[in-house]
Each structure stands twice: as C-alpha cells, then as structure tokens.
Design a protein around this ligand. Structure first.
Ligand SMILES: Cc1cc2nc3c(=O)[nH]c(=O)nc-3n(C[C@H](O)[C@H](O)[C@H](O)COP(=O)(O)O)c2cc1C
Length: 367
C-alpha cells in the first residue's frame, strides 16, 4: 500500500478537520484598490483558486483605519468590508476549503499620510528608520506617537471588533499578526518598546498587550478558532533589532500560550541567517516544539521535501507555504502528483490587477 505523504494527511485542528497539512500562509497583495479597502471579485477568484489548501490564512487585514500601513490593503472593520469578505468565504466553502483571516495592526510601520497627517501609533516614540510605501511612493518612516494607556485599551477593542466582524464574514477563525515587526512585535522588543508603565520594562509587561488582545478575542471566538503568529528570531527586518532578551521574551510568550487551547501557534524560521548571533535561535521549530503543547505550524523557506520531513520527524503538525502558493494555486495537488512547480514573479506581488494574482494556471485536470 502506498503511504501518503505527511503533508497530504488530514489533520484534526480542534473541532476542524483539515483535508491536508499544506497551509496557505498570509500574504499581502495590495489588490483592495477601492475607497472602502474592501476585497473585490478578484480576491474571491484568488482565494477560490487556492481552496484546496488544508487551511487558507488571508493577507493581513487592518482592524481599523489607525492600523493601516500600506496602500490598498483590505480591512475588516466596516460593514462593506464584511459583505465583501463574505463573498470570499462563501466561494472557499463551496470548494470545501477552510479560511482564517489575519488581523493586523501595523503600528509604527506606517506614515502620517495614512492618518490625515497624524503620527502612526506605537508603544514608544522610536522611529523604525525604514522606508514606507505611502500613496505618494517610498518615504522615510517617522517617529511614531507613543500610545497612551487609553489608546492601548481602544486598540484592544479594535481587535475585538474586527474578530466579531470576521465571524460575521463567515471565516472559520482568526490569526493574530503578532509577527514581522508590526504592532505586537513592537511591544515585545526592548528597542521599540521603552515604556516604563505596565506595558514595558520587563518581559511580562512587554507581552501584556498580546494577552489582553487574546482575552478580548476569546470573548468572540472559542480558543480553538484563534491562531497566533510569531517570528522570534526576526532581526534587522521591519525595524526590529533583536537583543539578548528577545528569545527569553518569546519563550515566556509561548509558555504562556499553553494556557489557551488555541487553533495553532504559527512560527517562522529566521528570515535571515542568525547562526552567528549567539543569543538568537536558528532552529525555531526544534526549539519551540518541546515548549508548546498545542498544534504547531511552521513556515519560511519550506519546499515539499522539507515540509514532509518536518512533519514526519514530529517537529511540526502543519506547514505554511507563501510564495509557492502565489504561483501554484493547486499546491496540494501538485505535491500529490509530484508535478513541476511554477516560479513566482516578485514584480507582481504588490501590483494591482489580475497579472501575477489570478492568472497562474492550475494543473490541467485529467479524468
Ligand atoms: C508577497 C508577500 C506578502 C506577505 N504578506 C504577509 C502578511 O500579510 N502577513 C504575514 O504574516 N506574512 C506575510 N508574508 C510573509 C509570508 O507569510 C511568509 O512568512 C514568507 O513569505 C516566507 O514563507 P515562504 O518561504 O513559504 O514564502 C508575506 C510574504 C510575501 C512574499
């Protein structure tokens, strides 16, 4: 009897049965190019084409207008956006797919041009010193506004509101984008968070905002429909400079996440080579597997062989693929057939329209 590849085995994630372990990772594609920042018919087609993934995680979707940091990204805070996302979830469900939405707040990775001239919000007034793509093109980032405690509390409520809207839009669940240098990550990092109140100064305080948001969204969703994404060894990316406290901070967070019966913990292997930095962790899945007791999803740089290996070895339960899903809408079928994989075109990652978005073909269907 032929043994099925680990990636193609079904997986019981809480009360959801995933058809396979090939997850589509969240990817910003900047196609919500309308006044409302609502998903369009092109989004419906794009996600429908990819619904054979065991689980789709949508692109980062802002939880409020204050959360925006890029042009033409979709939101999940207005009724118009809910209606538009509903078309997406319906199309995916008709194909027997499952879809979570990624809830996003960019924090200081933003620009006053997105906020009527006001500074973006962040834990502290520390400029990330990166380039931001504004409606007028690339510009230098600015010093953000350090959030007041009441602004932090309001932001927690924005996540709760977006979580409710995600439910109305028909998603199976939500993923918190607490990764890749955005607002949550800015709270975790001791260079971007120099607060001296209960949201800064030590590890539990820097993690507090994440856990307040988790508690708030748990009032809307069962714990097993909430995913959390972390990129512990991110360094020199999106304004994050790692420190000696970085891994202990993530160790604390991951241990504390064990108190919740989450859908999954979604981890990224380092985006850059950190093997020479003795205080960063080069093998994220291996390091966190013994610490985290729930479903572990791993990402970054995986191909079919490495994906099968990491599951077979028991280091992760699910593997998420990003760029491969851009150019191979039917990625699980291709893995099954050991078919050639199409190359992605990075020039069209963030450009408007169909090109590089919905025009990558599936394998020809054979009877
Ligand atoms: C075009 C593009 C957009 C991305 N947007 C997001 C995003 O919105 N949210 C997120 O968590 N990660 C985002 N990422 C990171 C991916 O989810 C993933 O971590 C990264 O591409 C590495 O995985 P891969 O090697 O399978 O491509 C994006 C990556 C790409 C290429």
């Amino acid at each position: 009897m032929k043994v099925e590849q680990p990636l193609l085995q079904s997986y019981q994630m809480g009360d959801l049965t995933l058809n396979n372990r090939v997850v589509m990772a969240p990817m910003t594609r900047n196609r919500a190019d309308n006044k409302e920042n609502a998903p369009t018919d092109l989004h419906v087609e794009y996600y429908k084409q990819r619904s054979s993934a065991g689980l789709i995680i949508t692109e980062g979707s802002q939880v409020s207008q204050r959360a925006v940091g890029y042009i033409n990204t979709p939101g999940i805070h207005t009724e118009v956006q809910v209606k538009a996302w509903h078309k997406v979830t319906k199309a995916v469900h008709e194909q027997d797919g499952k879809i979570f939405i990624q809830l996003w707040h960019c924090g200081r990775i933003s620009h006053p041009k997105f906020h009527n001239g006001e500074k973006p919000l962040a834990p502290s007034a520390v400029n990330p010193n990166i380039k931001i793509i504004t409606p007028d093109g690339e510009e230098d980032s600015v010093e953000p506004k350090a959030m007041s405690v009441s602004e932090i509390k309001e932001t927690v409520q924005e996540f709760k509101n977006a979580a409710k809207k995600a439910k109305d839009a028909g998603f199976e669940g939500i993923e918190l984008h607490s990764s890749n240098g955005y607002l949550f990550h800015q709270f975790f990092n001791s260079n971007s968070n120099i607060r001296i109140d209960e949201y800064g100064g030590n590890i539990p305080n820097r993690a507090r905002f994440l856990f307040e948001v988790i508690e708030a969204v748990c009032e809307i969703w069962p714990e097993n429909r909430i995913g959390v994404r972390l990129n512990p060894s991110l360094n020199n990316g999106a304004g994050i400079i790692a420190t000696k406290e970085t891994i202990p901070t993530f160790d604390y967070i991951v241990e504390k996440l064990n108190a919740y019966d989450l859908a999954y913990l979604h981890l990224s292997e380092p985006f850059t080579d950190v093997s020479e930095i003795d205080y960063l962790e080069p093998d994220i899945a291996k390091h966190y597997r013994p610490i985290y007791q729930g479903t572990l999803m791993i990402n970054s740089g995986f191909d079919q062989e490495e994906g099968n290996k990491v599951i077979k070895e028991g280091t992760a339960d699910l593997v998420s693929f990003a760029k491969l899903f851009i150019s191979n809408p039917d990625l699980p079928e291709r893995f099954k057939a050991h078919a050639p994989l199409a190359e992605w075109d990075s020039d069209t990652f963030y450009t408007p329209g169909k090109k590089g978005y919905t025009d990558y073909p599936s394998l020809e269907k054979k009877d």
